[in-house]
Ligand binder design. Structure first.
Ligand code: TXA
Ligand code: MG
Length: 325
């Protein structure tokens, strides 16, 4: 099997018709979202969800985010408390996932929620939301990459990794946000951050007027089951907070900082020469892939500020650098 790739901008009607046909037959379709490309399938169809796990080689205890067309649709599948609804109104469509109690009669299959009584829900921007509205069922969609590898921010990334295992890839251009959605869970009027992502904690605090709670550190219980230590792993080893480049390394800089030893580096990249964290997030995964393809055995990454979208960037870099077993 070789995936058919349709450029949405060239033929949106064909993209919609072909995607609806493949989804209706219970097969996954790779779709663009504003964060990363997703591997989307009917969240109410167990055979379709099983194909997502098989295509990615993903452990089944790791639940999937269910994507909705809008808040009204989301309310049919999950129970919203007032604070979660306020966050949804502020950030949807957009890169925020809310963990909410799933409705008993929702029809979302237990394979999508990994048997939990909660479901992760978000409303994506752009063509994905249109597709879901037309399909009129939620789409379960993890990132469209082999489990544990770097998430795809372009249709070409998806094709390289999974092109021979998929029927259809919709090409919507480069993903503008570049890191996955922020995952939060509201309980007892508190907002807990389960995964930093495309909406900064500061933006959530500004809208809610409430401090966002972080996990207590590395030993804290993993509440988003997918937050495994090693993830986003390139082939090359990753060295963080580099202050100089060593021989045979690819170097990833930020904000045009000067670093010693650059002439020894095999390749040099800058996530954002102007020091813009949102631009750095957009470029992160593609840059990791290019650094990996440079032939370097190790990728050295300079320190990135930890505020705003820097929190999501540093989370992904820490997982890329984590020991692998
Ligand atoms: O931006 C994104 O969120 C992308 C695009 C495609 O929407 N999707 C994505 O999915 O990143 P994935 O599968 O790579 O990550 C989903 C995360 C996992 O860490 C999973 O454990 C967590 O969401 N999750 C899903 N349902 C959950 C639940 N009921 N409770 C806690 N965590 C949940
Ligand atoms: Mg993923």
């Amino acid at each position: 099997m070789t995936a058919h790739i349709i450029d949405i901008a060239l033929d949106p009607e064909a993209a919609l018709a072909e995607a609806l046909a493949v989804l209706g037959e219970g097969y996954p379709v790779a779709i663009p979202t504003e964060t990363v490309y997703g591997l989307a399938a009917d969240a109410t169809n167990p055979a379709a969800i099983t194909r997502i796990y098989e295509t990615k080689g993903r452990p089944r205890f790791n639940p999937l985010i269910c994507h909705m067309a809008n808040l009204a649709m989301a309310e049919r599948y999950a129970q919203f408390d007032p604070l979660s609804r306020r966050l949804a109104q502020a950030f949807w469509p957009g890169p925020l996932t809310l963990i909410l109690p799933v409705r008993d009669d929702s029809g979302i299959h237990g394979l999508a929620t990994a048997g939990l009584d909660t479901v992760g829900i978000r409303v994506p921007k752009g063509f994905a939301a249109l597709l879901i509205a037309r399909f009129d069922r939620p789409l379960a969609a993890p990132s469209a990459n082999t489990s544990g590898k770097i998430s795809p921010t372009s249709a070409a990334h998806v094709a390289e990794d999974l092109g021979d295992r998929l029927r259809l890839i919709l090409d919507g251009g480069d993903a503008p946000v570049g890191v996955e959605s922020t995952i939060v869970r509201v309980d007892d009027g508190r907002i807990r951050l389960l995964r930093p992502g495309g909406v900064s904690a500061e933006a959530i605090e500004a809208v809610s007027g409430i401090a966002v709670l972080r996990p207590d550190g590395p030993s804290a219980t993993i509440e988003a089951p997918g937050m495994l230590a090693s993830h986003y792993a390139p082939g090359a080893a990753v060295r963080l907070n580099a202050t100089e480049a060593q021989a045979d390394e690819a170097l990833i800089r930020f904000g045009g900082q000067p670093l010693a030893g650059v002439d020894q580096a095999i390749a040099i990249f800058d996530l954002s020469p102007s020091g813009d964290l949102a631009e750095a997030a957009t470029n992160l995964f593609a840059t990791l892939k290019r650094a990996d393809a440079s032939g370097a055995t190790r990728i050295a990454v300079a320190a990135i500020p930890d505020h705003g979208l820097g929190e999501a960037i540093n989370d992904r870099l820490a997982r890329a650098a984590a020991p692998r077993d």
